[in-house]
Design a protein around this ligand. Structure first.
Ligand SMILES: [Zn+2]
Length: 340
């Protein structure tokens, strides 16, 4: 395996607190020897050490609640609260966060399609390679906080893949429930390969991911859930001290594992959502309509739910391009994954 080109100012084996950076080499027209500096904070219990959690956000630049939650944690966590070790990276795609874009403006890459990465690739590929070869092996738990970004609005939920290993799957399900979102969501990958969670799962890690809302607006309740959920998951896995907050009612487990559960715009136009996010829909129900600005005489095209379930995700911008995902319908699932 090729050696990473990334320089870290953190000594990963050292106990205590360290605030440092990953230096990713790149160049642009006014700087031949530039580095993209990615802030990292490490807190490690100085005595006998519990598990290690790698906590990540800003995988996609325009997804902010996780970035805020980790920035808060960087300032608020104290060493005497540590049972194990946390590696906190508030933002993986800093140029995207600054530019309010999903993809990195530096290389045009979707970070969540870059795994397992390349030691000598673009900035995003080099960072993916560093995570896959240096940071994942240090971690027992990998937490990757997403939202729908600007493209999709989601019911705020923790979510996960169904992985083949039963023990790993139950641990992931217990961690997903510990986020205390009303919905717990089993999802599948409908748009490509090279995802961060898939590589972490392949390495046997307990992987917890989320969709904490979406669209341009972040409501205070979404920030609160992101921050309280993250802390509760770290308490659940004995990474930090604290009282685990139990759920007042069981999470509603839903799944969208079939391609038909994800609905795509059949034509470009202006999308009208017809169903409130989180509401139940019936088989064949209209969930959205696409209108044609240049053809007032033309009837809208409707998007239908192909099966019954809850509308867990919906198009955020009104303007849609043919092929955009406009709705995700998730179905109640009886799988009992909760006895980890
Ligand atoms: Zn994302």
């Amino acid at each position: 395996m090729e050696r990473t080109q990334i320089h870290s100012t953190i000594d990963w084996a050292k106990p205590g607190r360290q605030d440092g950076h990953l230096f990713i080499p790149y160049s642009y027209n006014l700087a031949g020897w530039a580095n993209l500096m990615v802030p990292v904070t490490l807190l490690a219990n100085c005595g006998e050490r519990g598990p290690t959690a790698l906590v990540l956000a800003g995988n996609h630049g325009d997804e902010y609640p996780g970035q805020v939650a980790i920035l808060r944690l960087c300032r608020e966590l104290k060493l005497d609260q540590m049972l194990g070790r946390v590696i906190l990276i508030p933002c993986l795609t800093i140029p995207g966060s600054k530019a309010m874009t999903r993809l990195s403006p530096l290389d045009g890459k979707n970070f969540n399609r870059c795994f397992p990465g390349k030691a000598d690739g673009t900035v995003s590929e080099m960072l993916a390679h560093y995570l896959a070869t240096v940071l994942f092996p240090l971690a027992d738990i990998v937490i990757d906080i997403h939202t729908g970004g600007r493209s999709l609005d989601f019911v705020p939920c923790a979510h996960m893949h169904l992985v083949a290993d039963a023990v790993q799957c139950r641990q992931m399900a217990a961690g997903t429930e510990a986020w205390n979102s009303d919905f717990a969501f089993l999802y599948t990958d409908i748009a490509g390969t090279g995802l961060l969670p898939v590589e972490a799962e392949r390495q046997g890690k307990i992987v917890i991911t989320t969709e904490m809302g979406g669209g341009e607006v972040v409501h205070p309740s979404v920030h609160r859930l992101t921050q309280s959920g993250l802390r509760n998951v770290l308490v659940h896995f004995n990474v930090i001290r604290g009282e685990k907050v139990p759920r007042s009612k069981p999470a509603r487990w839903v799944q969208a594992l079939d391609r038909d559960d994800y609905r795509f715009a059949p034509e470009s136009g202006i999308y009208e959502s017809l169903v409130d996010l989180g509401a139940d829909v019936g088989t064949g129900q209209k969930v959205g309509a696409i209108h044609f600005l240049e053809r007032p005489d033309r009837e809208p095209i409707y998007v239908h739910a192909l099966t019954a379930g809850a509308l867990i995700g919906s198009r955020a911008p009104s303007v849609v391009v043919q092929g955009d995902c406009v709705a995700c319908i998730a179905h109640d699932v009886d799988l009992d994954l909760r006895d980890a």
